[in-house]
Design a protein around this ligand. Sequence first.
Ligand code: SF4
Length: 191
Amino acid sequence: MKAKHWYDYLWVYAIIYFALGFFNILFAWLGMIDFLLPLLLAIFGGNKFFCNHLCGRGQLFSKLGTDLKCSRCKPTPRWMSSKWFRYAFLLFFLTMFGNMVFQTYLVAAGATSLRQAIKLFWTFRVPWGWTYTAGTVADWMAQFSFGFYSLMLTSLLLGLIVMVLYMPRTWCAFCPMGTMTQGICKLKNKE
Ligand code: SF4
């Protein structure tokens, strides 16, 4: 049997991260680790160590889908892993990320006020005010938390939906972080 490493349990961290967002939205900032670390490892290491070993979300899909049999384990539709879909989804995702940063800027500049809500699937606004006490930090920091947690939770839910419908880690076929790190690694290896 393969020896277990500390990083084999990062799926627990993924659960804790999302749970913390139900109590205090400022913990959403921790998600920046999942955003920056894969990019840094790809840029400086030229590898997908993050995807292969450090991604708690991917591990969570494996746990739920394979170990707990929450997945139908049907083949992932080919279009989901096609180049055009992966890059189109990445573009969409980055646009939404950019919009979230812009909303944060507007709050920082005093052009709009803090909205204590999250937006699921970029559409459905859900009140989330109990997770934040006004004035704890600068409004823009809180706004970023609400926006970033919205992105993280939306991508988790999308991942869970495709996990149930198809293979446990179908999300990885078009995950924006996976697409970006793969692109970076390809460029690095060409060098
Ligand atoms: S593709 Fe995305 S979800 Fe899958 S292991 Fe990589 S970063 Fe995690």
